[in-house]
Write a protein that binds this ligand. Structure first.
Ligand code: AMP
Ligand code: MN
Ligand code: MN
Ligand code: MN
Length: 276
């Protein structure tokens, strides 16, 4: 079994990279990629941990970009996690993300949810990642939102149409793909089934996308079939993963992702991000 889409504490997952790798090995996963949001901070630790297990580790990332009225999430595989351009690009996004988190907290306070920056001791580390998942976790931890209201609250306040939503600092899909490809990786369109609004795969292919995430927990059988067809039409590597964050009932690894995917991604990365 393989899993090419998982998050650690380097972004908004609950498991540190080392523990994630150990859990993946225990779950019988043979190929794993760590794809934290807009950061490669967990990659070195995960790679090192994987060396102790029969797990092939692929350095990865998930970059959030903005395109018309939708978000385009780009997975990057076989990136050089020490690439200065990629690290700087991530740092820019990261610093803006911290400012945005403070703005979300201010909005929440205006609705009576007393949460401020000092509730996040980890934020003292300038490299710490504070996103909406952390804010949601803290609201529950402080008893401001009942655990069973978590999803309802997220939708009402933190989702894109929510009352306390503040947009990200976004980069364009073109720039996101460029960051991945310049770092020696291949860019893959993440969970197309979760994209809202209009998007054009041809345009993303023109910018240099090399793969599409076909197998994903929330994709229906019809969606899997549709993305398989689209991926084949554009000559893309067909990938998949769970988007594991360690919350709720999520499990690592899902059946159906072809074993040769890793080799195809590696080949595409070596050809400047293109398949075939
Ligand atoms: P952010 O990076 O701050 O924009 O937060 C995005 C993250 O919030 C996603 O990666 C998910 O982990 C989480 N998320 C997004 N939508 C929801 C939702 N409706 N309910 C719970 N968590 C969500
Ligand atoms: Mn997330
Ligand atoms: Mn995503
Ligand atoms: Mn993800």
């Amino acid at each position: 079994m393989i899993d090419l889409h998982v998050h650690s504490t380097a972004s908004d997952g609950l498991d540190p990279p080392e523990l994630l790798v150990a859990k993946a090995a225990q779950a019988g996963i043979t190929v794993l990629s760590l794809t934290d949001h807009d950061t490669v901070a967990g990659v070195a630790a995960a790679a090192q941990a994987a060396a102790a297990y029969p797990v092939t580790f692929i350095p990865g990332i998930e970059i959030t970009t903005d395109y018309l009225d939708t978000e385009v999430h780009l997975l990057g595989y076989f990136i050089d996690h020490t690439h200065p351009g990629l690290i700087q690009g991530c740092a820019d996004i990261h610093n803006q993300r911290r400012e945005r988190a403070k703005e979300i907290l201010a909005k929440l306070r205006s609705f009576g949810y007393e949460l401020d920056w000092t509730d996040f001791p980890e934020a003292a580390d300038p490299h710490s990642f504070i996103g909406r998942s952390h804010i949601m976790d803290k609201l529950v931890e402080k008893g401001l939102v009942a655990p069973h209201n978590r999803d309802l609250f997220f939708d009402a306040f933190l989702a894109k149409t929510g009352k306390a939503y503040i947009p990200h600092y976004y980069i364009t899909p073109r720039r996101g793909i460029e960051l991945i490809v310049e770092a020696g990786g291949v860019a893959v369109l993440a969970h197309p089934g979760r994209m809202i609004g209009d998007w054009d795969l041809q345009e993303l292919v023109n910018y240099g996308i090399g793969g599409i995430e076909v197998w994903y927990p929330s994709h229906s059988a019809a969606e899997v079939a549709r993305y398989l067809e689209l991926g084949r039409k554009y000559g893309l590597v067909l990938t998949g993963g769970t988007d594991y964050h360690g919350r709720g009932t999520q499990v690592l690894g899902m059946p159906g992702i072809p074993e040769q995917t890793a080799a195809l991604l590696k080949e595409a990365a070596s050809k400047g991000g293109k398949h075939g």
